[in-house]
Design a protein around this ligand. Sequence first.
Ligand SMILES: [Zn+2]
Length: 89
Amino acid sequence: MPTYQYACTECGHQLEAVQSFSDDALTVCPECAGKLRKLFGAVGVVFKGSGFYRTDSRGSSSSSSPASPAPKQPAKKDTPAPAASASTS
Ligand SMILES: [Zn+2]
C-alpha cells in the first residue's frame, strides 16, 4: 500500500495516508477542513516557505485542479445538417 502525503493549503497541516490505488484522494484537511494538496512522490520533501499555498490557483504540476482556462471551441454547426438516415452512399 503506497503512502501518500498531503499538505493543507489553508493551515499547512501535513499528514500521510496509506491508501490503495483505488481509494479516493483526501481533499479535506482534518484540522481546519481546508483544501488538501496532494504531494506527489514528495514523501520527505517539505514545501517550506511562505506562499506555496498562495500559488494554489496557479497550480504547478498538480493535476487535481485544472486552473488554466482552456479555450474551448464548441463544435457548432451553422449549416443545418439534414437528418441523415443510414443510407448515406
Ligand atoms: Zn488545514
